[in-house]
Design a protein around this ligand. Structure first.
Ligand SMILES: Cc1cc2nc3c(=O)[nH]c(=O)nc-3n(C[C@H](O)[C@H](O)[C@H](O)COP(=O)(O)OP(=O)(O)OC[C@H]3O[C@@H](n4cnc5c(N)ncnc54)[C@H](O)[C@@H]3O)c2cc1C
Length: 303
């Protein structure tokens, strides 16, 4: 029996209220707007529903996604149970300066909540289009801020131990990485963020200023997955790509942005194959011209 028939039977028996979509196009769940159908896509609405689903899916092929803002999904589809945290988006205040968002809470919403409560230290994340879970996994950062500066504790589901709490050095944060980068079975359920008392209007001003800088530099008018490559030691990927004359270079619907060479954009009807071919061409060209190897930041799903 194919794995998804086992899943359908078990889901009906153990989690009948869970929202499950069949053959759901991943293009609807990634900011690149690319990707064929996920065999099954589930949207748990609470931590309890998510952990029960993870128990059920233990021996079935599955993956967890947030807003899909760092993902490139295969054209031929994803033969997995894709678990989206999009419906788990609560943000609780658990202490005077402590917020506890759930995995699927968008960073923008957390930043606005922090601002409204007069809590500083999260404005940097306002323009990053990810969720709390994806941002913890990637140690997302911008304009001098990084998740590791505010994350104190993380609630994690692990197939062997169930729900555990990690903190401090256990989280192994580094540049765009964390302990979760090499621990693919672990799922982030929530995190505690420690912020500082601040002035609401000053935080509002900082968020507006960073938003302006982002809009002036980044091709936000096109679908993309943000920076395509990691920042190579001692360089900027975008500058190297621009120096190689690749700004505007296009394969099919995928294009090196004219506005910011560090972004590959979906300029219209791009496929996963277009993006991969373009990334390959950029990597080869940059390596031949400069000797620098560009490592993808975008994660591939389904190949
Ligand atoms: C226009 C644009 C601008 C961007 N700017 C920035 C920026 O300034 N700085 C920056 O760091 N990034 C930036 N990004 C990239 C992206 O937003 C971040 O990497 C973000 O943290 C990804 O979050 P997500 O929820 O979308 O994760 P997804 O893309 O859905 O997933 C990313 C990875 O995390 C895993 N994952 C997601 N949720 C969980 C969970 N709950 N538990 C375990 N694993 C999980 C997935 O399996 C996947 O491996 C940008 C992207 C775009 C499109």
């Amino acid at each position: 029996m194919p794995w998804y028939e086992t899943f359908d039977t078990e889901q009906q028996r153990r989690l009948p209220a869970l929202k499950v979509l069949r053959e759901e196009p991943m293009a609807r769940h990634t900011t690149f707007r690319i990707g064929g159908p996920a065999r099954r896509l589930a949207l748990p609405a609470s931590e309890e529903e998510l952990t029960q689903l993870l128990e059920l899916a233990k021996d079935l092929p599955h993956t967890v996604i947030g807003n899909g803002s760092n993902l490139l999904a295969a054209d031929e589809g994803v033969d997995l149970l894709v678990i989206s945290t999009a419906a788990m988006d609560g943000v609780e205040q658990t202490g005077e300066t402590v917020l506890r968002p759930m995995a699927g809470a968008p960073l923008a919403r957390i930043a606005v909540r922090a601002r409204d409560l007069g809590l500083a230290g999260f404005a940097f994340a306002h323009g990053i289009p990810g969720t709390l879970g994806g941002a913890v996994v990637m140690n997302a950062g911008a304009y001098g801020g990084e998740m590791c500066q505010v994350v104190r504790r993380v609630g994690v589901w692990d197939p062997d131990r169930g729900v555990v709490t990690l903190e401090g050095p256990e989280l192994k944060f580094g540049y765009r990485r964390s302990v979760f980068s090499t621990w693919s079975e672990a799922v982030v359920l929530w995190a505690e963020l420690t912020l500082q008392p601040g002035d609401r209007e000053a935080i509002r001003g900082e968020m507006e200023e960073l938003g302006k800088r982002r809009r002036s530099k980044q091709p936000l008018e096109y679908p993309s997955a943000g920076s395509t490559f990691k920042r190579p030691e001692g360089h900027f990927a975008g500058t190297l790509i621009e120096q190689c004359g690749l700004k505007g270079f296009r394969i099919g619907g995928a294009q090196v942005s004219e506005k910011h060479a560090g972004f590959v954009i979906n300029a219209g009807g791009a496929t996963c194959a277009d993006v991969l071919a373009l990334m390959d061409h950029v990597r080869k060209t940059v390596y031949e011209a400069t000797g620098v190897t560009l490592e993808p930041e975008v994660r591939l799903l389904g190949r």
